[in-house]
Design a protein around this ligand. Structure first.
Ligand code: HEC
Length: 454
């Protein structure tokens, strides 16, 4: 399943099929899966409430990041027309990768049947239905509770930031020196904020103690540690694997605020789960990236490409990908070239949205053999057709401010075990006959030959 000829890769044949159906069909009987929705008019209590609970309320409930709650009939019906529009055009739930359902564990898109049900419900005038059919309300954790359960330590921003009611706020950085008396292995992490309505994301960077004199993360080129949409816990890493946090490290919080009409105050906290003393940590969870600072986007260019590569010197398991560009970012994709020359498109984000810094987490981690090369391709729109573009008449170069550009394709990795290599080889041996019948692809234009970016 790993190595694929280019032609197939370009049609994005990510084949994590096993998980695909599991993702789309909830295991417990859920009203939204009822094909009957097509035959009869869906009602709120009979059909829609369950969909909203599962697909919308994690953000649209009091204290979460969505701009309004969707917990009662009245609230949802009041937004019916707008819901029709944004569900119809795919803007909600927010998700920007073009990959089959099941490829990514955190895929938020609606299965077609649920999408159809919502649209039909609004078209029919948003009928309420029979209260007796209403699903049990979901009990969401208290806004202050950690989704990880109990955390071992909390690192918090010292200052509170005043978020204005309107306007745009440049990325805010704050530096928090940790005071643990030893190096720590981190098994899980989660960010909590005071004002989820105006915090779009928080990225956390780590600066090693010896760098304290110049604590700069260069807008994210250095020291990436974790990303978090508020409320989105990073589940405990697999057995024997953890992130390393050196004693005396400084954590940098990079926050993207999006004012929503009401002035608010915020400070963020990072909850950490440590490895238990009895767990032997043999593998390190790391975030590497394809990146380059050689960015030179001509004024008015509609689709300017910038490439960067990363060479794997060790076998790794790839857990997730997070593309990062600024306001001219248009699309981003990652192609993995295996040592035998075959290639696989791992992620395609055709409509990049700067406001949504989403980590795409594989439903099944991908084995990457040493000797492979990751190729990241970022495409920028510096024309006046890009509504987010602050100035289409300017040549745009690398810089940390949102009106400059960045090109980073983060990769969450864990060192692979011998067993994981063996499993991959076995799977590949099975696939081989099928692969050999196909004609070899011509050398890809995507390959930046020997150019390497540091
Ligand atoms: C991951 C969080 C998240 C999920 C899941 C989500 N929303 Fe939203 N929603 C938001 C945020 C944040 C906004 C504010 C606009 C923005 O930032 O894009 C929003 C805005 C909206 C709006 C207003 C339109 C606008 O442009 O402001 C509607 C309507 C909406 N969401 C409906 C839904 C529906 C229906 C679902 C479920 C099917 C859903 N959302 C799922 C976070 C979410």
């Amino acid at each position: 399943m790993n190595a694929r000829p280019l032609a197939m890769a370009l049609s994005l044949s990510l084949t994590l099929a096993a998980a695909a159906s599991a993702q789309e069909e909830p295991s417990q009987p859920a009203p939204e899966a009822k094909p009957a929705a097509k035959a009869k008019t869906p009602t709120y209590y009979g059909d829609i409430a369950a969909i909203v609970q599962k697909r919308c309320q994690n953000c649209h409930r009091p204290g979460a990041i969505g701009p309004f709650p969707m917990t009662t009939y009245k609230e949802v019906a009041g937004w019916a027309a707008m819901i029709h529009e944004v569900v119809g055009n795919g803007r909600m739930p927010p998700w920007h990768a073009d990959a089959p359902h099941g490829t990514f564990a955190n895929d938020r898109r609606l299965p077609q049947a649920e999408k159809d049900a919502i649209l039909a419900w609004v078209d029919a005038g948003a009928p309420k239905g029979d209260l007796a059919q209403a699903p049990k309300p979901v009990t969401w954790p208290e806004p202050n509770a950690w989704r990880l359960g109990k955390v071992d330590a909390v690192v918090e921003e010292e200052k509170t930031f005043s978020v204005p009611a309107t306007g745009s706020v440049p990325y805010q950085y704050s530096y928090v020196k940790t005071n643990f008396d030893e190096d720590k292995w981190i098994k899980g992490l989660e960010v909590k904020v005071d004002a989820p309505g105006v915090v779009h994301h928080v990225l956390i960077f780590v600066i090693y103690p010896e760098r304290h004199k110049s604590p700069r993360v260069r807008g994210g080129l250095r020291g990436y540690f974790a990303s978090a949409l508020p409320g989105d816990a990073i589940a405990p890493f697999p057995e024997g694997a953890a992130k390393f946090l050196p004693k005396g490290a400084t954590l940098v919080f990079q926050t993207h605020y999006t004012p929503n009409g009401t002035a608010q105050k915020n400070h963020s906290r990072l909850g950490l789960l440590f490895a238990k003393p009895e767990e032997k940590i043999t593998r390190r969870v790391q975030t590497k990236s394809v990146h380059t600072m050689r960015i030179n986007i001509p004024a008015g260019a509609e689709a300017h490409k910038v490439r960067a590569t990363y060479d794997f010197k060790q076998d790794q398991m790839l857990y997730g990908l997070l593309p990062h560009m600024h306001l001219r970012g248009k699309s981003f994709y990652y192609i993995l070239r295996y040592p035998d020359g075959s290639v696989d498109k791992l992620l395609d984000v055709p409509k990049y949205d700067f406001n949504w810094q989403n980590t795409y987490r594989f439903a099944q981690p991908r084995f990457v053999p040493k000797g492979s090369r990751m190729i990241g391709v970022a495409v920028y729109d510096n024309s006046d057709k890009n509504p987010a573009n602050p100035d289409p008449t300017r040549t745009v170069r690398f810089g940390e401010q949102t009106w400059d550009e960045m090109m980073i394709g983060y990769m969450d990795l864990v060192e692979a075990s011998a067993a994981e290599r063996a499993a991959w080889e076995a799977e590949r041996a099975q696939e081989k006959p099928a692969v050999e019948k196909k004609t070899q692809p011509a050398p890809s234009k995507e390959e930046p030959k020997t150019r390497s970016f540091k």
